[in-house]
Design a protein around this ligand. Sequence first.
Ligand code: MRU
Length: 361
Amino acid sequence: MTAPNSANIDTLNWVGDIDGHLRMIDQTLLPVEFLRIDLRDVETVWEAIKMLRVRGAPAIGIAAAYGVCVGVQNAVDGSVEGFFSRLNEVADYLASSRPTAVNLFWALERMRKTAELLRNASSPRDIAAALLAEARVIHEEDRRMCRAMGRHGAALLEDGQGVLTHCNAGGLATADYGTALAVFFAAAESGKRLHVYADETRPLLQGARLTAWELQQRGIEVTVICDSMAAQVMREGRIQAVVTGADRIAANGDAANKIGTYGVAVAAAAHDIPFYVAAPSSTFDLSLASGDLIPIEQRDPREITHGFGRQTAPDGVDVYNPAFDVTPARLIKSLICEHGLIEPVTTEEVARVLSLGPEST
Ligand code: MRU
């Protein structure tokens, strides 16, 4: 299959009606191969989330919503009780795939609530149709939130700047435009020329494989650096701003993102470089007072010792592999969400901006 045109990555699609299926780009194959895969049962959707075929907080949420639609297909011709029992089983199962990105739990909760509202008045088939409609709404809302974040964030950047990002917070990680990368795309569309430095992002190289690919697709200048080079690149004066995404933001603005983000924020602070985090309201978890409470995913040590098919550490060596870290709010100049900028990053300002209505987007 051929690569998309530059403006349309479309990382996820639903094909057909309630008896249809989920189609997604298999991100583990990029940048060497661009392949869309079809997912027709909930186990395959779970595996795709766990193995990062689809990854990035918003995209995980959208995939899970469609995963529910796939998962309830075998219960649409039975009783209402049987349908709800299957729905809960499927939602609990999908929730066990990855723990950090709150968008996963947020989307599953929306799906459960949609079904609950129809429990007494509809047939399982009608509820399944409403679930598919809700998944499509979640998908479409994310598209709009990405565009709004792009607009708000682009105003922070100036023509000719060097900017740095970590991991991939682009179209691949969202409905189509990204969070952090949306800021770069919108700035470029408004005529600002940026040079993006993409941390390669150990151990799974989302920066080198995915961010570099996406920026190339959209014709934005990009230079890949090893994670360990970021501080030196800042010291050389090449970076005027850092923008990353997030997987979960606590009520006080502490932000969990791909492992290595915290170190980038510390280095940015040491060089007086503004550090921004772009994330939609679906990534905020106001039930957690601070980032200390965010669950951090621990992943297979083999991602470090045997990455991409080659052994790079001795047999039997101890390995620690947290997939995320937490950047404290005090290191973040602004949070960029679809409602606008959250600055200063405090509990009060997070609550205030998130309570703004959709008309502000
Ligand atoms: O492990 P991943 O690739 O799912 O981690 C993704 C990130 O850390 C992204 O920066 C984050 O989800 C923001 S995506 C818009």
